[in-house]
Design a protein around this ligand. Structure first.
Ligand code: APR
Length: 230
């Protein structure tokens, strides 16, 4: 049974209506990272951070998994050892029925202790009320890895990538490290399929990548059908 590892970015959720970051209409075209997605921003203006992630949480709860998420679940049913590593904070992979998911940059449906990066609590609904506290007594903050913070599950993700017989990458510009360096851990013998309508900077991986230059909702189901043999 081949081991498939899937690595996704904002592009897999774009057709569910959730914005990407660096496309022309991306979130970082509308907001300054230094205002809402750094630890300094959180210390300087926590309410602005809470409001920003409340709005994204509301959008996430209103969104539905798209054909790409659903096709990946179908693939995992055919290849039960498949694992998903995502940069996304939405829960669309989970809501599509996928399991064995590692979130590198946090999860919008959870909050975390100010004191402990992996001490999380679930959040019901879309609204965090700034000032609520974690059982450990510290202030609760969005469970998001801010720029400049450590990525707690990165080494776990590298270990998973190193087991891949087949690597599938969907919808990421490969702009953010250490996440983008995950491809270094994929064994040389493993083919890398990259579904993205844009032209991410493949760099040193160029010769190993089969680029399926299509939107996720079209390219992923086609690739899944090919891999399942339909
Ligand atoms: N289907 C597939 N890919 C798409 C689609 C689509 N419908 N629409 C856009 N894309 C691709 C773009 O071509 C681009 O390569 O999705 C990618 C989005 O890139 P980014 O906006 O940079 O998102 P991502 O790579 O996930 O960003 C990584 O940066 O801001 C941080 O923490 C944030 O996890 C995020 C990280």
């Amino acid at each position: 049974m081949k081991k498939i590892v899937v690595f996704t970015g904002a592009g897999v959720s774009a057709e569910s209506g959730l914005g990407t970051f660096r496309d022309s209409d991306g979130l970082w075209e509308k907001y300054r990272v230094e205002d809402i997605c750094t630890h300094e921003a959180w210390l300087r203006n926590p309410q602005l951070c809470v409001d920003f992630y409340n709005a994204r949480r509301r959008d996430t709860l209103a969104a539905q998994p798209n054909a790409a998420h659903l096709a990946l679940t179908r693939l995992q049913q055919a290849f039960p050892t498949m694992e998903i590593i995502t940069q996304n904070i939405d829960d669309l992979h989970e809501r599509a029925g996928s399991r064995n998911i590692t979130h590198l940059h946090g999860e919008i449906t959870k909050l975390r202790s100010e004191n402990n990066e992996t001490a999380t609590v679930p959040l019901q609904g879309w609204e965090q009320h700034y000032g609520d506290r974690h059982p450990d007594g510290s202030l609760l903050r969005p469970y998001i890895v801010f720029f400049g913070e450590g990525v707690p599950y990165f080494s776990q993700a590298c270990a998973i990538a190193s087991t891949a017989d087949i690597m599938i990458v969907v919808g990421t510009s490969l702009n953010v490290y250490p996440a983008a360096s995950l491809l270094q851990y994929v064994p040389d013998k493993a083919p890398i399929y990259f579904v993205d309508p844009g032209m991410p900077e493949f760099g040193m991986y160029r010769d190993r990548i089969t680029h399926i230059r299509k939107k996720a909702s079209e390219g992923v189901p086609e690739l899944v059908n090919q891999l399942i043999g339909q």
